[in-house]
Design a protein around this ligand. Structure first.
Ligand code: PLP
Length: 420
């Protein structure tokens, strides 16, 4: 199946007389005929369903669809994108380990990696995307377990050189984890360029309608966990009477361990109803992504020549510093544009407060146009230094172009710019 067909059909194939649409199985538990059978599922949790803290038929249909769209061997949904980032790393790193992350990533992920991971004993070393291979190699230590970056960084909108960072990670025997939230598998499949693990905040384009918060982790199945750096995957797991994930599950070792161990213990599994809503979004993902890109290109070109705009970042513009990387890795650049209004923070806020159609809200990648001021909102907790590393300026506005008629979006921008 091609992407458009997968969006509609992957993950669920009804049999004779079964419902056409993925059913909402809103049940926490599953019935068994005998105690012995229940006991056997505790020995072998992937055998059948026992409890909706770590598996549920509605959620599993969505997991299968996303795994197929990304080209992975398996996927696991989580209750948020944050939970996906958290578990994607905790599955392979523990106290005493370190990870390497690109500096230009989502503010929530910076908080998680720089502050909360520190409390858990995991060190995160941030690197600059423009640093040389030698400089980045210096950040690797014997305890490094992963490299992390975003396909299209939120909100810096830089494009990750996936092949380069996959090569650097692999040279040091660790996987590359890519947050593919803004690109979605419609515009980029990081696994095809060497990424080992792909994560998403499904809250954004995948859902698209702002009706559920969710995340997902996809396992490419390509990374060799038996290289000596990942005893947690190869050695017996005490909490599962001595199972070795690589021996028992082969290519799916990482994603099955994430479910059997971390989802069992942390319990951040989405409700069936949320997965149902996410699935509705996924069904039209390919149609929406193309239109977001088309609308955003028009808005970006309009702003590029505007006298009130100091600078604009959109990887689809030929003048953008990420244009070449975008051409290489992306089939489209999403609907998110960031620009700096002349006059700094005050003017940026006046512009935002003057918008009539675009909503001033803490969201991005919605079906409706929305706008946010990173410096004073999402990235508020970051220090000046971290703001600069994340590519954020006080006058910067993150504008998420929706699917309204683009002329209406332009008129709204124009009248608001006149107020600034
Ligand atoms: C929003 C976002 C997250 C966090 O996802 P939530 O669903 O809000 O927890 C992670 N990464 C990126 C790139 C995001 O845009």
């Amino acid at each position: 199946m091609r992407d458009e067909t997968k969006c509609l059909h992957a993950g669920y194939t009804p049999k004779n007389t079964e419902p056409r649409v993925v059913p909402i199985v809103q049940s926490t538990t599953y019935v068994y005929d005998s105690t012995e059978e229940v006991a056997s599922v505790f020995d072998e949790p992937t055998k059948s369903l026992i409890y909706s803290r770590f598996a549920n038929p509605t959620v599993m249909a969505v997991e299968q669809k996303i795994a197929e769209l990304e080209g992975g061997v398996g996927a696991m949904c989580t209750t948020s994108g944050q939970a996906a980032s958290l578990l994607s790393v905790l599955n392979i790193a523990q106290a005493g380990d370190s990870i390497i992350s690109l500096g230009e990533i989502y503010g929530g992920t910076v908080n998680l990696f720089a502050f909360t991971f520190k409390k858990l004993g995991i060190e995160c070393i941030f690197v600059d995307k423009n640093a040389s291979d030698e400089e980045i190699s210096k950040a690797f230590k014997p305890n490094t377990k992963a490299v992390f970056g975003e396909t299209i960084a939120n909100p810096a909108l830089s494009v990750l050189d996936i092949e380069r960072f996959a090569r650097l990670a692999h040279e040091h025997g660790v996987p590359l984890i890519v947050d593919n939230t803004f690109a979605t598998p419609i515009f980029c499949k990081p696994i095809e360029f060497g990424a080992d693990i792909v994560i998403h905040s499904t809250t954004k384009y995948m859902d698209g309608h702002a009706v559920q918060v969710g995340g997902v982790i996809v396992d490419s199945g390509n990374f060799d966990w038996t290289n000596g750096n990942f005893p947690e995957l190869t050695e017996p797991d005490e909490s599962y009477h001595g199972i070795s994930y690589t021996e028992t599950y082969g290519k799916a070792a990482y994603i099955i361990k994430a479910r059997m161990q971390l989802m069992r213990d942390f319990g951040v599994y989405p409700a069936a109803h949320s997965a149902f809503l996410l699935n509705l979004g996924l069904e039209t993902l390919h149609v929406r992504m193309k239109q977001y890109h088309e609308n955003a290109m028009i808005v970006a070109k309009y702003l590029q020549n505007h006298e009130k705009i100091e600078s604009i970042t959109y990887p689809g513009l030929e003048t953008d510093e990420n244009y070449a990387l975008a051409q290489k890795y992306l089939k489209g650049c999403s609907g998110v544009i960031s620009f700096v209004i002349k006059g700094g923070k005050e003017n940026a806020m006046r512009f935002m407060d003057s918008l009539k159609l675009a909503s001033n809200e803490v969201h991005v990648a919605d079906i409706r146009t929305c706008v946010l001021h990173p410096a004073s909102e999402t990235h508020r907790q970051l220090t000046e230094e971290q703001l600069a590393a994340a590519g954020i300026n006080g006058g910067m506005v993150r504008f998420s172009v929706g699917l309204e008629n683009v002329e209406d979006i332009l008129e709204d921008i124009e009248q608001a710019l006149q107020q600034a």
